[in-house]
Ligand binder design. Sequence first.
Ligand code: SF4
Length: 213
Amino acid sequence: MRSLAQAITGLELPAVEKISEEQAEEPFQILIATILSARTQDATTHAASTRLFRRARTSRTLAALPVKEIERLIYPVSFYRNKARHVKACCRMLLDRFGGRVPSTMQELVMLPGVGRKTANLVMILAFKSLHNICVDTHVHRISNRLGWVKTKLPDETEQALYKATNSRWWPYINLYLVTWGQNVCRPIGPRCGDCVIADVCPRIGVPRRSAT
Ligand code: SF4
């Protein structure tokens, strides 16, 4: 993890991390940007979030927008129609149940429409500075398995296995380090093992022989 911390310096940050920095860790915008980011390229998420927040920056103003307008603002994020409905419903629930504020517990966060464990964990880490959460997306799931830290089939299993397999001091950083590494070096197809700073400690589990050189 120390090697990765050094190696990612200067690399492009994941979109939600960038938004978190730009918005001074404002929980509402981190939550909405994370919902938009699922299965969407970082640049698309960043542009869509910027357009949306220019139009509405709070749960109250966003809940008041018609779904069609939210769709138009967030297009072309993937599943933009579903996400527009979720964003509006999520804002409605924030207003109705949480006084318009983003709740700060996992239990409450996963009650929100469009929010699963991945989103909730990232909000806990970025918005509430939690030291007790690991956010697992496809990059974290893939790389943890390649490194042999875990042996799992699904991201939710990976999250639980990582709590056991890793030192808790690294939990808040695992997502940032592995997502950045996954986007730049340990890519899903054709990982650049020859350029990898942790190649000497990586058994490259499941990596085709040709990529692993
Ligand atoms: S050595 Fe290859 S498989 Fe292992 S972390 Fe680096 S890029 Fe990924």
